[in-house]
Design a protein around this ligand. Structure first.
Ligand SMILES: *Cc1c(COP(=O)(O)O)cnc(C)c1O
Length: 368
């Protein structure tokens, strides 16, 4: 089986973890500070604040903006559930806007229509490793007086017209086990706003400014030095990681672009794609459903994943939720029934890169 994700650590991570273990100091300390500096530098921002996961990164970002009941956030219904859960945790409501077929991200026109006088935050999700149309979304945010929180959990180091994910206002990242950079669990918040960064640092540490000086009711959102130590070597070699993912994506697209019924993903002009996922669409011309396609791939040893099979409001937990406001999202609705992600990770061999498109072609053609 060619797995959909594969995570391998090198000698550097082993060494770094050992050093922290031997130091006897595992909690947040100098490794976290170093990780934050490198992460901020990589994204061209003044501040990075490391936290214990990508969901708390979102929650903390919304908390420092003092979001609460009565406020609204506009985001995509086609994302991981954490995006929604974080908003609901603050007490705010969510209004969904449709997405674009080209990049699977928020459609700026739909966003403009979804904004109300209650809207405080615009939350684009940079899905699969490619950023949303931040040019048009920033224009909407500034003309309507909205703050922007970019859910960049899947897009470490991605850029839009040369500007990195997480650098527009406040950005959040995940360091979960399957993400492009991982510490097992972990998260980061990026911002150029020194005041926001300062308040985030206080919030993550029980609201404590100096020892036993509590400024706000805070939390324990801290990352550990043991985790940060594992992340640092990954930041150091991240450009190689992305180059390999990009090369793998190009190989797959070259071979798959002629398969009828399969639409390959595109890197849009002016954007760099970091290929967290390589996601194709199975269209009616394939003559089979997406789910049949996935089963056939699994039967032949290709690990394919579906991110995400349903829109968020289409679950019992949210269907009648008082803070969740549905919208018409015909594009997102269709896309959720068409997407399949194929392996694109750095562990793929030459044989894998030849086998994946061959098996996809066989599955579609034998079905005809
Ligand atoms: C992974 C992910 C998150 C949450 O990150 P965790 O570290 O798992 O809490 C949030 N949003 C998106 C889009 C994600 O993919």
């Amino acid at each position: 089986m060619i797995p959909i994700t594969s995570v391998r650590f090198g000698h550097e991570e082993e060494q770094a973890a050992l050093e922290v273990l031997r130091s006897g100091m595992l909690a947040q300390g100098s490794r976290v500070a170093e990780f934050e500096q490198k992460f901020a530098h990589m994204h061209g921002v003044a501040n990075a604040v490391a936290v214990n996961n990508g969901t708390t990164a979102l929650v903390a970002a919304l908390q420092v903006l003092e979001l609460g009941p009565g406020d609204e956030v506009v985001t995509s219904p086609f994302t991981f559930v954490a995006t929604l859960n974080a908003i609901l945790e603050t007490g705010a409501s969510v209004r969904f806007a449709d997405i674009l077929e080209d990049d699977f991200n928020l459609d700026p026109e739909a966003v403009a229509d979804a904004v109300t006088p209650q809207t405080k935050v615009l939350m684009p999700v940079h899905l699969y490793g490619q950023m949303a149309d931040m040019g048009r979304l920033s224009t909407i945010a500034s003309s309507r007086g909205l703050r922007m929180v970019e859910d960049s959990a899947q897009s470490h180091g991605a850029t839009f017209e040369g500007k990195a994910a997480g650098s527009y206002d406040i950005g959040t990242f995940s360091l979960y086990a399957t993400k492009n950079i991982t510490t097992g669990e972990g998260g980061v918040i990026t911002t150029d706003d020194d005041d926001v960064a300062d308040r985030l640092r206080v919030l993550r540490n029980q609201g404590m400014r100096a020892r036993y000086e509590y400024e706000v009711a805070g939390h324990n959102y801290r990352l550990t030095d043991l985790q940060a130590a594992i992340g640092i070597p990954q930041l150091d070699r991240y450009s190689d990681t992305v180059a390999k993912r990009q090369a793998n994506a190009s190989r797959l697209s070259e071979a798959l672009s002629t398969v009828e019924g399969i639409v390959v993903p595109r890197q849009l002009p002016g954007r760099t794609h970091v290929w967290h996922q390589y996601t194709v669409r199975v269209t009616p011309e394939a003559g089979m459903s997406r789910d049949e396609f996935v089963t056939a791939l699994h039967d032949r040893g290709v690990g394919a994943g579906v991110y995400y099979p349903r829109l968020l409001w289409d679950y019992d937990a949210y269907r009648n939720h008082p803070q969740v406001m549905r919208a018409e999202a015909p594009v997102a609705q269709r896309i959720a029934s068409e997407v399949v992600s194929l392996p694109v990770h750095t562990g793929l061999t030459e044989d894998d890169l030849a086998a994946i498109p061959r098996i996809v072609r066989d599955v579609v053609e034998e079905n005809r």
